[in-house]
Design a protein around this ligand. Structure first.
Ligand code: DCP
Ligand code: MG
Length: 622
């Protein structure tokens, strides 16, 4: 979204430089099949035209400006490097490469499985008349996924439905039905369990399996296991999936996307095979390298592939923090996690409130007070104490501010929580907000707590939504006695296992918190749960990997989870709020694409759709 407009001939084409999450092929999207036949320029133009003037557009502009500044500053830093700096950093990089290489583990065989167009496939299963027609799951504010027919028009997950419909006027909308997806997800997991009882669910439709033992025990190859597993998933569910096999999870994930849909790709446990595979791999295919990072690596350092990344290791070491440079170098070597985490603790409790944008200080204070009460009740129920309190604020312009304070003493009373939270808020005033959220880390409980909830006070009224946490990963964790568990926060918590750290909280994660969690939780569907960056790089909600320092990428990712949550809330209330005349709201739509009247959805009709405020212009015609 550069200010200067690209031109071709005499016609200005501002959309050519408008790259959003909807027009960019994300990591793992191999263009060979999914972007085939997509008229990219048309998609870009429509997305540009439909979103111009919206809050979303403004936010994209803000992000773009951030990227530009980051690029400029990195270029300037690069230019300042002397020959001696570069030579020194070459030595540093070479040493790190050797050290990282020494950690290579080729003893495990990992399989990553990912269902094909999951929600859409489930919907088609229950309504076969959808077969072959372009369809999307979701509504006008946002869609969760689209089938492959719709993807040919450029329709994508997380895209507002009204844009999708413009791209594909015949698009059929089916409302989200999480119960159904959970049911099918459970069926797939029963299959996964047969191959790895400790498999790691990364989301409802994705899992990592360590198939080393099953390969050995049965004396068959990983390719045969992958075939068998996919067949078994199909027999149990009627759904297809794709699989990737590699010596670690990072590679297995990349591999599962290569022959998608309904395919598999096997990368042998052999160093040369890995290096050959990884060296020509575009960096964007790696989980954790998104739009901004790709942009920086390409435009500042000329890095396009993993091999380039190794060669430019000196610059990476010179300009990035050690952990980020390590991430790049290890990716470039095709390294990744190979061990299965044995325990997974839930370490945080959070409460949040979303409301119509306001700068009314009394109102904000009241919200804070409500949150303090809720948090305190939750903590007391679980016998927890906390010391680091964090407040996350989302401003009217979607800027996220996270403020934290670490106290001398452990607290749990609502009075104490309110006292310190008020101080944090006060320092921010005057401010116009749309969300307040905070949480704390907990060292003594397992992830299957049932009492976390989100309370949303939305534009349309004072509706409460309670979202009990689901334990997505129950089947992959051993459940030790809480008190016996040693975790990364022990140092912070001193020796009191029943105490907790209040931590910075947010849907829009910030880096401050990343250092304190070392647990590899990859649960994905705890929509009421806050987002943590586990092990400094892994999203606790979906397992997506983004290392420290990728501030903008992280914000984009957490915005996605926010959107996902809002969408879920929307789907909860959809049955109550959608008017029957909305053709995209139910089964009557199928095959009955309106060719007639244009319909306009007013926020009033929809009860509440906070995400609309984000995406839709004030006078959007559908
Ligand atoms: N999902 C969502 N919002 C997103 C992305 C995904 O709600 N931005 C949901 C809907 C998807 C499911 O998660 O069906 C799985 O996500 P995937 O990224 O695996 O997408 P699909 O399974 O739909 O398609 P693919 O065949 O590319 O895996
Ligand atoms: Mg999938």
């Amino acid at each position: 979204m550069e200010k200067s407009e690209s031109t071709s001939g005499d016609t200005p084409r501002p959309w050519q430089s408008y790259h959003t999450v909807f027009t960019n092929a994300k990591a793992g999207t191999f263009p060979s099949f999914r972007m085939d036949g997509v008229d990219k320029e048309r998609v870009q133009r429509i997305v540009y035209e439909m979103s111009k003037g919206s809050k979303y557009f403004e936010n994209e502009e803000r992000k773009e400006a951030f990227t530009r500044r980051k690029l400029e500053s990195m270029r300037a830093q690069c230019a300042k490097l002397t020959a001696a700096d570069i030579s020194y950093n070459r030595t540093v990089a070479d040493r790190r490469i050797l050290e990282l290489e020494a950690t290579r583990d080729l003893t495990r065989i990992w399989l990553h499985v990912d269902m094909d167009a999951f929600y859409a496939a489930v919907e088609t299963l229950s309504n076969p008349s959808l077969k072959g027609k372009p369809m999307a799951v979701g509504g006008m504010s946002m869609i969760s996924t689209a089938n492959y027919e719709a993807r040919r028009f450029g329709v994508r997950a997380a895209m507002p439905g009204f844009i999708a419909r413009k791209l594909c006027p015949e698009l059929i909308f089916v409302p989200v039905d999480f119960k159904k997806y959970t049911y099918y997800s459970d069926l797939t997991r029963k299959v996964f369990q047969k191959y790895d009882p400790n498999f790691m669910a990364a989301s409802l439709d994705e899992a990592y399996l360590d198939i080393t033992n099953v390969c050995k025990q049965r004396g068959i190859t990983s390719g045969e296991i992958a075939e068998e597993l996919r067949t078994s998933v199909y027999e149990e569910t009627g759904l297809t999936c794709s699989a990737g096999v590699g010596p670690n999870r990072l590679l297995a994930k990349v591999c599962s996307d290569i022959n998608k849909p309904n395919g598999q790709f096997i990368l042998p446990n052999d160093r040369l095979a890995v290096m050959t595979f990884i060296s020509s791999l575009p960096i964007r295919k790696i989980g954790g390298i998104g739009k901004v990072t790709e942009h920086i690596l390409r435009d500042v350092f000329g890095i396009n592939t993993c091999e380039d990344m190794l060669q430019k290791g000196d610059f990476l070491c010179a300009l990035f923090s050690r952990s980020t440079a390590d991430f790049f170098l290890s990716v470039a070597l095709g390294l990744g996690k190979t061990e299965t985490p044995q325990v997974m603790l839930r370490k945080s409790i959070s409460n949040e409130r979303t409301f119509s944008t306001t700068d009314d200080e009394a109102f904000l204070h009241q919200k804070l007070s409500d949150l303090a009460e809720m948090l305190s009740t939750d903590m007391q129920k679980e016998g927890l104490l906390g010391r680091t309190l964090t407040l996350k604020l989302k401003t009217a312009s979607f800027e996220v501010r996270t403020r934290a304070v670490t106290l001398q003493k452990y607290i749990c009373s609502s009075e104490d929580i309110l006292k310190y939270a008020s101080k944090l808020l006060k320092a921010e005033l005057p401010v116009s907000l749309r969300l307040i959220d905070r949480d704390l880390l907990d060292s003594s409980h397992l992830p299957d707590l049932e009492d976390n909830h989100t309370i949303s006070n939305k534009a349309g009224g004072m509706e409460k939504i309670y979202e009990p946490l689901k334990n997505e990963t129950k089947n992959k964790v051993n459940t030790p006695h809480p008190k016996s568990h040693q975790n990364a926060v022990t140092g912070l918590l001193e020796s009191d296992p029943s105490s907790v750290e209040f931590r910075c909280s947010s849907l829009d994660e910030v880096n401050e918190r990343a250092n304190v969690v070392d647990d590899e939780s990859v649960s994905s569907s705890n929509e009421g749960e806050l987002l943590l960056w586990v092990n400094d790089y892994k999203c606790s909600l979906c397992g997506f990997e983004l290392p420290l320092g990728f501030v903008e990428e992280r914000q984009e990712h957490t915005d996605f989870h926010l959107a996902e949550r809002l969408q879920k809330e929307e789907s909860c209330s959809e049955t109550r709020t959608l008017m029957p005349r909305h053709r995209f709201s139910g089964k009557e739509d199928i095959g009955g694409q309106s060719k007639g009247k244009k319909q306009k959805i007013s926020p009033k009709d929809k009860g509440h759709i906070p995400i609309d405020l984000f995406f839709v212009k004030s006078c959007q015609n559908f």
